[in-house]
Design a protein around this ligand. Structure first.
Ligand code: ZN
Length: 281
């Protein structure tokens, strides 16, 4: 089916939606296989770092667009953590239905000014925009373990910029390879009450299943996972390589793809069943 906007996924269903990163075409296939097995919508993400790895956005974007359009479940194509406005413009031109502008390293006024300009551009093209204020630990900013998003600042940022979703710092940090992070659920509930757009959790690889389910129930709507799925993919590849001589890369990447598809399906099932408690207010 045609690519969809995360708007419908995040507003029309009560549960959280999984957003998973790809660096390889096989990972994209894994995400779509997992989502199709569960018949659940999914967000496929390409980060600025993945673009740097490939040297350009075009080839991976073209593959993603084709694969998502052929999928039997609603799927959105999202540019993750873009710090360069030119890359966002390129993604919009290439048919992405969603982008994240990451101005978290900028001073408040600059972040607001850039984000507002990008929000205007995205709105003109019907593209969903996620943004962030401050930093989410690990990526040198808003997402450090000790960093927290202030609910009043968050509400002001959304009003001042016109973004469609907000990444919040509530205890997770990027690139964690163990699922030991604690999430400040009281803060998630406060943010949900204060902020008029869906909340996004970054660095979710660092949180275990019950913690992610609790975060979703507290009001997180989009759950970004990259490192954890890379861990699953690479472990399966390593099993094949450790077992004996292999030459054809399809022999090992296919095992990584299947292991990742199983985990994507499991996570989507978990998120879909983590319904929020009714708001008290
Ligand atoms: Zn992130």
């Amino acid at each position: 089916m045609p690519l969809v906007s995360p708007y419908d996924m995040l507003h029309n269903t009560a549960a959280a939606v999984g957003a998973f990163n790809v660096a390889l075409i096989e990972q994209m296939e894994a995400i779509l296989i997992g989502a199709e097995r569960e018949r659940l919508p999914v967000i496929v993400q390409i980060s600025e770092n993945a673009v740097a790895h490939h040297g350009s956005l075009g080839p991976l974007a073209a593959a993603a667009r084709t694969a998502l359009a052929a999928s039997s479940v609603p799927a959105a194509l999202h540019l993750d953590h873009a710090t360069r406005p030119e890359l966002i413009e390129e993604a919009v031109a290439l048919g992405f239905t969603s982008v994240m502008y990451d101005g978290a390293a900028l001073p408040w006024e600059e972040n607001v000014a850039y984000t507002r300009r990008i929000a205007h551009h995205c709105r003109e093209h019907g593209v969903f925009l996620e943004a962030e204020l401050g930093e989410v630990g690990g990526k040198d900013g808003a997402h450090a373990p000790g960093v927290r998003t202030d609910p009043r600042e968050a509400a002001r940022f959304v009003t001042d910029t016109g973004v469609d979703a907000l990444a919040v710092a509530v205890g997770t940090s990027h690139h964690m390879t163990e699922r030991t992070a604690a999430i400040d659920l009281a803060l998630v509930r406060e943010l949900r009450a204060a902020v008029p757009v869906p909340l996004v959790l970054h660095g979710s690889s660092g949180a275990d299943d019950p913690t992610l389910a609790a975060a979703a129930a507290a009001g997180i709507r989009k759950i970004n996972i990259s490192t954890h799925l890379n861990t699953v993919f690479t472990a399966a590849v390593r099993d094949v390589l450790d077992a004996g001589p292999v030459v054809d890369p399809r022999r090992y990447v296919s095992r990584g793809r299947e292991a990742m598809a199983v985990e994507v399906a499991r996570l989507l099932r978990l998120f879909a069943s983590s319904l929020p408690a009714r708001a008290a207010s």
